[in-house]
Design a protein around this ligand. Structure first.
Ligand SMILES: [Zn+2]
Ligand SMILES: [Zn+2]
Length: 142
């Protein structure tokens, strides 16, 4: 039932650990999911990474400039001061941006409803994750 999320007046906000980068959207996210790929694991230091996805035009950043790292078409954004991972963008999905769940102010509001890259999932990650899954990406690229 992912299709019924609509714009609300509620602010969806978050930021990095040190607070120099903040972001917000008044439109609800249109994607809530986990990624088990090895690249997300390395980028986060966590066994898997959860994302909250927005339309790029809806998400507004204030504060310090986002630093980026990644191999095209993927670009990962982080805070250059505190090092917190913040965003994931893919040039093949130019109107989308994915924020790491842990950067959201009220992370409990964004329960993941799917998981991607089951093919790279750590065997013990299955102990805590029981969601519909995809062997590879959950957001098809053109
Ligand atoms: Zn920071
Ligand atoms: Zn990933």
């Amino acid at each position: 039932m992912a299709g019924e999320r609509r714009a609300t007046e509620t602010e969806h906000a978050g930021g990095c650990r040190c607070g120099r980068i903040r972001f917000s959207s008044t439109v609800a996210p249109d994607f809530l999911g986990i990624c088990h790929c090895g690249d997300c694991r390395r980028a986060s230091g966590a066994p898997f990474l959860a994302f909250v996805g927005f339309r790029r035009a809806d998400l507004h950043f204030v504060g310090a400039e986002l630093k980026t790292f990644g191999e095209a078409p993927v670009s990962r954004g982080f805070c250059g001061d505190c090092g917190s991972p913040l965003t994931y963008a893919d040039a093949r999905l130019p109107d989308r941006i994915f924020v790491v769940l842990g950067a959201m102010d009220r992370a409990e509001r964004y329960p993941p409803d799917q998981q991607a890259f089951l093919s790279e999932r750590l065997p013990f990650a299955a102990l805590t994750v029981d969601l519909p899954g995809h062997a590879r990406t959950s957001v098809p690229r053109p």
